[in-house]
Design a protein around this ligand. Sequence first.
Ligand SMILES: [Zn+2]
Length: 429
Amino acid sequence: MSLLIQNARLIDPSQSWDGPASLLVVDGLVAEAGTVLTDPRAAQAEVVDANGKLLVPGLIDLHVHFREPGQTAKENIESGCRAAVAGGFTAVCAMANTKPVNDSVAITEQMLTRARKADLCRYFPLGTLTKGAAGEELTDFGTLKASGCIAFSDDGLPVMNAAIMRRALEYTGWLDLPVVAHEEDVNLAAKGYINEGATSYYLGCLGIPAAAEEAMVARDIILAEHTGGHLHLAHLSTKGSLRLVREAKARGLKVTCEVTPHHFALTDKEMTRFDSNFKMNPPLRTQSDLDALLEALADGTVDAIATDHAPHTWDDKECELRDAAFGIIGLETALPLTLSLLVDTKVITLSRAIELLTWGPAKAFHLDRQGLGSLKPGSAADFTLVDLDARITVDRAFVQSRSFNTPFKGWSLPGKVLGTWVAGRQVWG
Ligand SMILES: [Zn+2]
């Protein structure tokens, strides 16, 4: 089985390629990519003409919530994977805060079976750090790794006990897997539900201070240094957090981080709408935080753009702002928002944007070792074809997710995914 994508503009940050190219796929792997192909198998391949459109390695999302098992009215693994490939993603890393949480081989295997049945994108489960995500007793990292978990996290909840976090970083360090931290000091955050600052005072809403995130980021960087473990910081949202990561990286610590499109797209000013589609955790922050995110995306402090795709039903969201669920969907808007708000505005180059969605996340979770995030010869033939000139509109018909909790309703954005291929097989478009 061979496939030849001809006449594309290839951007592959893993090999600093930006230019015209063809791509030859044989048996699910990249055989050759470049301007002139020498592999004789190209002559027998099925040909797809890319018409000069943008060809990139398949996008990789380090942070999704697919709600299965337990809350499949919001999303299931199949609908989540369909939203992923529609958004140009060929690999997703699924958080463990399902019901029940993924703290066992049985749940991991159930998830992987469901993902194999969906047969759309690659699906990598995370295991919880602690049993029941209760923050008290570590899970069996070795067994979970053997059954397919690629990282560990109690995401949705922070690990408040520093001794537990210390041991987690030690043991996962031996297994060479990252700990993914949702950084939120629950005592500082208390019952807050929007950013603490001028807007929360004005609206009379309880706020979550930036310090709730930053204090935990600081603590865990210290623990990462102490243990030598790999700390991956999820959905960073504040100026202070990014400063801490920049310093940690400069000191050579094993610290990586991600930011979400909503945190670089919106600020807490939006909360004057009292629309729960703008309510997420961490909350939308201030313009000064947003500016710091842009700087960190540009200067290399940020490793990956991740969606924190968090589907919720109408009922979960359609209530008092205080009572509404935290989180929004994001798989299908991530690339268009990145193109619109980072590339068209010249905050970063198109190549850097693609790096943040492919090679960056692949390296952060060591998926590069499985041939992901790159189109070098021998890599997995996971790729996405994008029309940069076509625009999409975020409406119900556009979104494949079971849920439609997005603050970007009605937005018109650049970047239409024309097709998505996993292991050389077209799964979308
Ligand atoms: Zn989280």
